[in-house]
Design a protein around this ligand. Structure first.
Ligand SMILES: *Cc1c(COP(=O)(O)O)cnc(C)c1O
Length: 352
C-alpha cells in the first residue's frame, strides 16, 4: 500500500472475482455467465453504426433502457434505477441507505461483495449464520437495525426464500431498506417484484449479466418505490452521472424487449440444470436444490479444493470457496448440454 492510502482502504479486503482467463481455452463454469450468445437485437446495436455517436456523452437518465425495463415489469420509469452492473447498484444502495449508527445485516454465506462494500463504506455489519441446511431463517432478520441484504436465490447455495418470508422481513424492518438481490431470479419463480407498491422499504436489484448473456456489457438495475429510486439517482448524480455507456443503454433495451429469445434460452438452462443435478447425483454428489443457473455440490470424502484444481488441470473452471462451512463444495455454472457433459465425464474420470 502507498503511504497515501486511507485507513479504510488499508482495512478493506477487496472483492476477489472469479478467474477470468483471457485465452478462452477453458470450459468456463465458474462465474455464472450465460452460455448462449446475446439476442440478435443486441448484436444489431453492436454491429450498427453507433461508433460515431461515442463522441457524445451517454444519456444520464438512461431513458430507453428504463422504459424497456418498466414496460416488462408493469412499472413506471420512476420505479427503475439503472447502474453499471448490479454491483454498482448495490454500492450506491450502501451509500444511499446505510447509516453510520446502523448495523447492516446479511447472511454469513452469501454474495461476497456485501461485506466488502460494508467495510469500504465504513459501516457496522453483522453476518447472520445460515441454518445448518444452508437455509435462511427469516426470524433472524427481524431486528430492524439496519439495511438488510438478501440474495434470492442465494449465492453460492442456490437456495430460494419464499415471497411470504420476504414479506415478513419487510414488515419487521419498517425503518430500514430491505434489498433483495435477484441476480438469479430469472431461473426460478421467487421474485419479490410483485411486492413493489406495497412496501416502500423494498428494493429489488437485478442484472443483465446472468440471464441476458450480457455480463460484459455491465448493466444492472433496481426496482422499487419512487422515493428509493430518486435517492439512488441522487447518489448516482453525486458520483458518476454517465454511469452506463451509450452502447450498453441500447444493448440492455434491446435484450429486455426480446422476450421470446429470453424465455427460450432461460428454459434451456433450467432444463440443463435438472439434468446436471441428476448426473452429479449419479456420481454420488450431494446437490442443493437450485433456483439459479448454477448448482452447489459436494462429494463426501473428496476435498473441494482438490476437485476444483483437478478440473482446472483438465480444462474446466468451476468456483471453489475457502470458507470453512462450504470448503467441500463446488459451485458449478449450468452450461450448454455439451459443456455439462464434458464436466460430468471429466469428474467421472477424476473420481476413479
Ligand atoms: C453476479 C452477481 C451480482 C453482480 O452482477 P453484475 O450485474 O454483473 O455486477 C450481484 N449479486 C449477485 C448475488 C451475483 O451473483
Amino acid at each position: 500500500m502507498s503511504i497515501f492510502s486511507t485507513d479504510i482502504l488499508k482495512k478493506t479486503d477487496a472483492y476477489v472475482p472469479g478467474e477470468q482467463p483471457q485465452d478462452k481455452s477453458y470450459i468456463k463454469l465458474n462465474t455464472n455467465e450465460f452460455p448462449f450468445e446475446p439476442c440478435d437485437g443486441v448484436k444489431a446495436v453492436v454491429n450498427g453504426e453507433k461508433a460515431a455517436d461515442l463522441r457524445l456523452y451517454s444519456d444520464p437518465t438512461c431513458r430507453v433502457l428504463k422504459e424497456a425495463i418498466a414496460e416488462n415489469y408493469g412499472l413506471k420509469t420512476e420505479n427503475v434505477f439503472c447502474g453499471n452492473g448490479s454491483d454498482e447498484v448495490l454500492a450506491l444502495s450502501f451509500l444511499a441507505f446505510c447509516k453510520k449508527d446502523d448495523t447492516v445485516v446479511f447472511p454469513d454465506i452469501s454474495y461476497g461483495f456485501y461485506p466488502v462494500f460494508a467495510s469500504f463504506f465504513g459501516l457496522n455489519y453483522r453476518e447472520i449464520p445460515l441454518e445448518t441446511d444452508f437455509s435462511i431463517n427469516e426470524n433472524d432478520y427481524y431486528s430492524d437495525c439496519g439495511t438488510v441484504y438478501i440474495a434470492n436465490p442465494n449465492a453460492p447455495t442456490g437456495l430460494t426464500l419464499g415471497t411470504e418470508q420476504i414479506e415478513n422481513i419487510l414488515k419487521n424492518n419498517p425503518n430500514h431498506v430491505v434489498v433483495i438481490d435477484e441476480a438469479y431470479c430469472d431461473f426460478c419463480d421467487c421474485s419479490a417484484t410483485g411486492l413493489i407498491g406495497k412496501y416502500r422499504n423494498l428494493l429489488v436489484v437485478r442484472t443483465f449479466s446472468k440471464s441476458y448473456a450480457l455480463a460484459g456489457a455491465r448493466i444492472g438495475f433496481a426496482l422499487g418505490d419512487k422515493e428509493l429510486i430518486s435517492d439512488l439517482e441522487k447518489a448516482k448524480f453525486s458520483f458518476n452521472p454517465y454511469n452506463i455507456n451509450r452502447l450498453s443503454i441500447e444493448i440492455g433495451a434491446a435484450a429486455m424487449k426480446d422476450r421470446e429469445y429470453f424465455e427460450k434460452t432461460v428454459a434451456v438452462i433450467k432444463e440443463n440444470r435438472e439434468k446436471l443435478t441428476d448426473d452429479l447425483k449419479k456420481l454420488g454428489f450431494t446437490v442443493l436444490p437450485s433456483g439459479a443457473n448454477f448448482v452447489f455440490a459436494k462429494k463426501d470424502g473428496f476435498d473441494g479444493e482438490k476437485l476444483y484444481l483437478e478440473l482446472k488441470e483438465n480444462g474446466i473452471l468451476v468456483r471453489h470457496f475457502g470458507k470453512e462451512r462450504i470448503k467441500d463444495y463446488l459451485r458449478i455454472t449450468v452450461g450448454t448440454k455439451e459443456q455439462n457433459a464434458a464436466l460430468i465425464n471429466t469428474l467421472g474420470r477424476i473420481l476413479k
